[in-house]
Design a protein around this ligand. Sequence first.
Ligand code: XIL
Length: 363
Amino acid sequence: MKKIIALASFLIMGGLIILASCKKDELNNNRTNPPVTSNDSTLKLSPFPWGAALNINTLKNNAKYASTVVKEMQSVTAENAMKMGALSTGRGQYKWEDADDLVNFAQTYNLRIHGHALVWYKQSGTSMPAWVIHFSGTKEEWKQIMKEHITAVVTRYKGKVTSWDVVNEAIKDDGTFRPASECIWTKNIGVPEYIDWAFQCAHEADPDALLFYNDFGHEYSSAKRTGVNNLVAGMKQRGVPIHGIGMQMHTGIHRNVNDIRTAITTAASTGLLVHISELDIKVNNELAQGITFTEDLAQKQSYHYQMVSKFMKDIPEKQCFGITMWGVHDSSSWLHSNPDWPLLFDNDFERKPAYYGAVKGFQ
Ligand code: XIL
């Protein structure tokens, strides 16, 4: 019964999407700057997939949001719905609805699914459930609860989710592992042991899934880049299954693009897959209040998008896993209230100069 309801709601959503995209084409035909024809300037012409992190409520309630994803994206990530604290309500207890909805949507529209994130140190919001924060046990018991979680989630979506961020943010900006005082996994299992263990458990649950180590800061910290490359070199040496590096890349126009290039080429030097996994390009890093999104800022942002896209295209194609935007349109960005306008589509889902920059970059 549940399945039938889910299917029916996606069929309705599908209808809305077709309607919305017809309307959108009319709108596009009226645009003067720059003109969009049926086969130019689309992200789908990219040699690597572009994707977006999705908010499930917005996906269900905003047809334009859903139609933009279907029209422009080839890959999706749950912004929050697959985090441990969103999924697990108690040991062995799960609420799957939101994650299932995302997976059903992606399968209906033939979108690749990237899973995010199996193990994370963070304890706020949906990052980690209270029962884990308050768990006490031996090292073996901690390894066991981690394994149970990874096995439950990866098994449920086996064959549907292509790839996983297995461990998120284990390394600090100075290149050292997040210590026991910051990370309960380091405290109770040890590092890099907990990282190796997480990857082994994920691989055991789905031997075909591509497994990523995901982190931020590669574009501003050379120590972080070194720390990440040392970690993956060690994992390979220890025979731990790892297939890719995720660079979150929450960046901005204040960054020098050469540093972004160095981040991408350094990750590629490992020979692993490279995923820009959470891209947004801020224009208001200073959190200035009362500013507006001017044409000048839009052009600067467009240039940064162009460069990120180009630098990805420049690495060997077989290592290029894709670029995932951390949100769809500006008003759905986690940074929107800064205020900021960090994404490819504006508040009305119109393509921004950023979009055309991204397209120019891979052409
Ligand atoms: C963020 C989400 O975008 C927010 O909605 C949530 O409140 C907090 O988490 N690094 C990550 C992402 O790996 O999971 C974070 O997502 C952003 C930083």
